[in-house]
Design a protein around this ligand. Structure first.
Ligand SMILES: [Zn+2]
Length: 503
């Protein structure tokens, strides 16, 4: 059974799936695993016929922890400030929105209907006040739970609340000294002494307590989270006990997911800059392909993401799945993978193979010419606007992530390649037989093969000859398709011109 269907198969009653992020930096492809896992679970619950709700919590009360590599040094004065109270790096609006807003757009494009809730609103509207009051009153039990599960002793008085200092603006430099509903009395390292109202956004609970408090206040029943939280002694372990023993609720059904690794570089982290923002990747791959990347791998396994050649392989794999799906020749898990990947149910194919399109857009500049060439290569009716979308992804991919061996540029007519005797023999033989051959990719491919064979030359060497002549490189795109798209007249004229140079 597909992983999401298996995860929800025994649930009964209405469900609420919660996901979230601390918007301290660009929300990246690695973070997509959290929200897409949540989205797929949300859809799996609906598929089971249960009522389902889906939220995405933006933890904008979290403090800025340090000056990240992508920030100006002047941000050192904001370390310890809640993210929502810090100016945006681009000077417009606030820090947390600067990173959240592009991601909301990604959610829209990828068909994720989560309701976005800012944690500052949960505090500001008093939605967490009951939970805060409870944990403040029962702080010694909570302290015991934390100490027992983490194995770390907590020094001094323990209050599970961090007031926001009204004088210096920091939320990481205060200590509560007394509590009487609704006020937490605090002192700050800056010398200030004040009172924070727990019914307003004047402070926050520490993460390990805030998490179960959210489950309680928002009635969360399912939550996917990264394996760091799920480790023994981690925040799910403490949250589970706080949920049961302090709030008297069952913790949500957990779904622990592994990381997405950037191929050859490691796990993505916005704090180190080793990450591709989700808002950028959505420019180079269709949203259903991004869904497929995550849906097809069980959450317990990590995903290697390679935005270079790997993206083409992913495209190939997706098209194989789509073909099988269309033909009804597909197993249950693969069928579920496709259904959870698609955004528009009827969009079961791409206008043209992505690899072929990568070749076409390097031969032709104008999109009308690309359209004409694409039409010549398929018997199916072409959806023009879908093709233009695909061209946009292909161009962005070529520009940003394509490895050099995929890129080529046709040589100008006066840029003649240096030919060896063997090259000449291959080209002359090809000219001889070209009159009688049909000009289609397969036929061109096998003709070059046969020419090589007749001359006792390896096929790779023969292919290289053609690449040398047309793009000045040893390797290139699939030759049959490439020459087919250049057209017979152009191909023959260029070969004649190259051969004619010394004759
Ligand atoms: Zn202060």
């Amino acid at each position: 059974m597909f992983w999401a269907d298996a995860a929800v198969k025994d649930l009964i009653g209405e469900q609420r799936i919660s996901t979230g992020i601390s918007p301290s930096g660009p929300i990246h492809v690695g973070n997509m695993r959290e929200i897409l896992t949540g989205d797929i679970l949300y859809k799996a619950v609906i598929k089971r016929g249960l009522k389902s709700d889906f939220i995405y919590l933006c933890d904008d009360m979290d403090p800025l922890r340090k000056v990240y590599p992508f920030l100006d040094q002047s941000y050192s004065k904001y370390v310890g400030f809640p993210l929502k109270n810090i100016p945006s790096p681009d000077g417009v609006g606030v820090y947390s929105d600067h990173f959240l807003n592009p991601f909301i757009e990604v959610m829209r494009k990828t068909g994720i209907p989560a309701r976005v809730i800012k944690t500052s609103d949960l505090y500001g509207n008093g939605i967490l006040a009951d939970a805060i009051d409870t944990v403040m009153e029962r702080r010694s039990e909570i302290k015991d739970i934390l100490e027992k599960i983490t194995g770390r002793m907590i020094e001094g008085d323990f209050y599970p609340y961090e007031p926001l200092c009204e004088k210096c603006g920091r939320i990481n430099s205060t200590s509560v000294i007394s509590y009487k509903y609704p006020y937490a009395e605090y002192t700050c390292k800056c010398g200030h002494h004040g009172f924070a109202d727990i019914r307003r956004a004047e402070g926050k609970m520490p993460w390990r307590i805030e998490w179960p408090a959210k489950w309680y206040a928002l009635k969360v029943s399912i939550e996917p989270f990264g394996k760091d939280h799920g480790a023994p002694g981690g925040s799910y372990d403490t949250g589970k006990r706080i949920a049961r023993e302090i709030f008297g609720i069952e913790p949500p059904l957990p779904l622990v997911y592994e990381r997405i690794m950037l191929k050859g570089k490691g796990a993505m982290h916005s704090s180190t800059g080793l990450a591709i923002p989700a808002s950028e990747i959505i420019d180079v791959m269709p949203p259903e392909l991004l869904r497929f990347l995550i849906a097809r791998v069980n959450p317990s396994r990590h995903i290697d993401f390679d935005p270079g050649l790997g993206l083409l392989n992913l495209f190939d794999e997706f098209e194989r799945y789509l073909n099988k799906y269309r033909e009804g020749d597909i197993d249950g898990d693969s069928k579920a993978i496709i259904e959870y990947s698609l955004i528009e149910k009827e969009k079961l194919s791409y206008p043209i193979d992505f690899r072929h399109l990568i070749t076409l857009i390097q031969i032709y500049q104008k999109k009308e010419d690309i359209l004409r060439a694409a039409m010549a290569s398929t018997k199916d009716q072409l959806d023009e606007s879908a093709l233009y979308d695909e061209i946009k992804y292909a161009k962005n991919w070529l520009e940003r992530y394509a490895p050099d061996n995929v890129k080529f540029k046709l040589l100008a007519i006066d840029e003649k390649a240096e030919l060896s005797d063997q090259d000449r023999a291959i080209l002359s033989k090809f000219l001889e037989v070209s009159n009688s051959m049909a000009w289609d990719s397969n036929e061109i491919h096998s003709t070059v093969h046969n020419v090589a064979k007749d001359l006792g030359i390896g096929p790779d060497a023969a292919f290289s000859t053609f690449y040398k002549v047309f793009i000045g490189k040893e390797r290139g795109p699939r030759l049959g398709y490439f020459l087919f798209n250049l057209g017979k007249d152009f191909t023959i004229a260029r070969i004649k011109s190259v051969l004619g140079g010394n004759s």
